[in-house]
Design a protein around this ligand. Structure first.
Ligand SMILES: [Fe+2]
Length: 245
């Protein structure tokens, strides 16, 4: 089965549509979402509705989704992120807002785990180092742990004692899972990439071929930026979309 794995849509409907179209073209049947449907972008309501409507195998809460209803998490946000969260609160229906509050922080399945941050701190901590892989590997089950939050596409491959990491910022990079290793994979951000590539980032787990493909898809960033200008989003958030930061 081909499973579309994606994260950090951040209210960017044009990027989400481009990602979902590519998933369809590639024959994806089910989905795994690693958190942050809202925040930063101008279309939180449409993104919540679209994502929750998909045949999801697993979905978790991101820090922006959680901060909607838990204001103490906003203490970790910079000024622009707080401004965007305030706008998301206004743009979201009461129903979508309460649906986001019910999402779990972590999903553990026999063959995989899904979390926005790390298995030790699912909402806030960034998964960035091989040290964390070695420290946290007993906290999750299966061959692969899918994460989000850093907005950087990468794969970590490790055993009980060793681990290596590779950034995967190009379109169509495939890694093959081996039986001896376990993996942490961040598919990159759909709606707010931070690897200097403005294209939406996501990936496909092929459970038969035992592969994960990192993919990129361009979309018309100007449409999203125009909406953000109309809603008076912070200018840095608008400009940074075009440069992938
Ligand atoms: Fe995020």
């Amino acid at each position: 089965m081909k499973i579309g794995v994606f994260t950090d849509v951040h209210g960017n409907l044009e990027a989400l549509n481009a990602c979902l179209e590519r998933f369809e073209k590639e024959g994806v049947e089910k989905f795994i979402f690693c958190g942050d449907i809202i925040g930063y972008g101008p279309d939180p309501e449409a993104c919540v509705q679209k994502i929750l409507d998909l045949p999801l195998l697993a979905i978790v809460q991101g820090n922006h989704d959680a901060a909607l209803n838990e204001p103490q998490l906003e203490a970790f946000f910079n000024y622009d992120a707080s401004m965007a969260l305030e706008k998301s609160r206004k743009l979201l229906s009461a129903r979508s807002s309460s649906l986001l509050a019910t999402l779990p922080p972590i999903v553990q399945m026999p063959s995989f785990c899904v979390v926005h941050g790390t298995p030790a701190d699912p909402i806030k901590e960034y998964f960035t180092s091989t040290k964390q892989f070695l420290k946290y590997q007993s906290l999750w089950e299966g061959i692969v742990c899918f994460v989000g939050h850093t907005h950087l596409p990468f794969s970590m491959k490790g055993t009980a004692r060793n681990c290596t990491v590779a950034l995967c910022t190009k379109d169509d990079v495939t890694i093959t899972f081996t039986k001896q290793s376990r993996y942490v994979i961040n598919p990159g951000a759909v709606g707010k990439p931070r690897d200097k590539n403005p294209q939406a980032a996501f990936g496909i787990w092929d459970t038969q071929a035992h592969t994960f493909r990192f993919l990129r898809q361009s979309y018309d960033v100007r449409i999203t930026q125009e909406k953000m200008r109309r809603y008076k989003f912070p200018s840095f958030l608008i400009e940074s979309l075009a440069i992938g930061y």
